[in-house]
Design a protein around this ligand. Structure first.
Ligand code: RI2
Length: 320
């Protein structure tokens, strides 16, 4: 029913071939655009129903990174508005292309702005610890370096999927000195660094940040060592559902990411748990660096609600 490329994006996000909260949002929006381009019919209702079904398939790939549903909400809500005002399929298609392109463009611009604003908080000589692989966090680090600040980085390897290796690759390409450590060495090395910068998969209405498993441990270690803990995140990482009392779902992935099945099968009484994310409470976060400015985590939800509040609704566009 859908083009092959659509299914490969769905599968790519599910298996983490396509990963990173911002990137999966952009790829999902591009996939929806592709679906729309391939719809060859005049029936308005049918068009909407195909789009909704495709969006639902994309949303269901991974439950935690809220950028994914937010990107699709951005596009679908605009298409639905034009549907409600009687637009033809052709007209809806152009609304979709325009809003998809807008989302992708502003997402990429947001990463650049975060880099610019965040770099202002990095000083010459800083040693920064980061966890996992975040385009936004890296934008801050790389920008500071490109401004001529002499910085060094400690990157965790990030078990079980080793996203830290991607971070090392990016930093190395930039010429930034990087030391990779195992995740459990975070506290051991926290006194060697003077800033922590990480990304976010979701930000809740109370200012808590959901990010790669281990982030909250890093925040605890940083808090104890009085090392400033900074989160770099686009505003579309804010979870509107949390305004309506819902909790952010923490994805638990297949145990075989942690240990091979043949080894696991040897132990009848063994259970392996593999949560992909954890929650860092706002008390442990010094600042949130976003494309609209730098905020304390308690203020940020109020700002976003003010900006986008009227746009969000409790009903999901793919379920209406
Ligand atoms: P950007 C990633 O999730 C990491 O948790 C990372 O910190 C976060 O997305 C944000 O990444 P995963 O897809 O959007 O590796 O800043 O599970 O690139």
């Amino acid at each position: 029913m859908y083009p092959d490329k659509f299914y490969s994006v769905v599968e790519g996000i599910r298996t983490m071939k396509i990963r990173g909260a911002g990137r999966i949002a952009r790829e999902a929006v591009k996939a929806l655009k592709l679906v729309s381009e391939n719809i060859d019919l005049e029936d308005r209702d049918k068009y909407i129903s195909i789009l909704r079904d495709a969006a639902k398939k994309l949303v269901d790939t991974r439950p935690t990174a809220v950028s994914l549903p937010n990107g699709l909400r951005y596009v679908l809500n605009r298409v639905l508005q034009s549907y409600e005002s009687g637009a033809s399929v052709e007209e809806m298609k152009s609304v979709l292309v325009e809003s998809a392109d807008n989302f992708i463009k502003s997402s990429l611009q947001a990463i650049k702005k975060i880099g610019k604003y965040g770099a202002g908080r990095i000083e010459d000589g800083d040693i920064i610890m980061t966890h996992c692989n975040s385009q936004s966090a890296l934008s801050v680090i790389v920008n500071a370096y490109r401004m001529g600040k002499n910085i060094r980085v400690y990157a965790t390897e990030t078990r079980p999927r080793f996203q830290g290796r991607i971070t090392v690759k990016v930093l190395n390409k930039e010429g930034i000195d990087v030391t990779m450590i195992v995740d459990s060495a975070m506290r051991y090395f926290i006194n060697k660094v003077n800033k922590v910068v990480v990304g976010a998969d979701a930000i809740a209405a109370n200012g808590a940040v959901v990010n790669k498993i281990g982030t909250s441990l890093l925040a605890l270690a940083a808090n104890e060592a009085r090392v400033p803990f900074m989160v770099a995140a686009e505003t579309y990482k804010f979870s509107p559902d949390t305004l309506f009392g819902k909790l952010i779902i923490i994805e638990e992935r297949d145990y075989r990411e942690v240990a091979p099945e043949s080894w696991v099968n040897k132990y009848k009484h063994l259970t392996i748990r593999n949560p992909a994310f954890d929650v860092t409470p706002p008390e442990y976060i010094d600042i949130l660096i976003t494309e609209i400015g730098v905020f304390s985590p308690s203020v940020f939800p109020l700002v976003v609600r003010e900006m986008f509040g009227s746009f969000y609704s409790e009903l999901e566009p793919w379920e209406k």
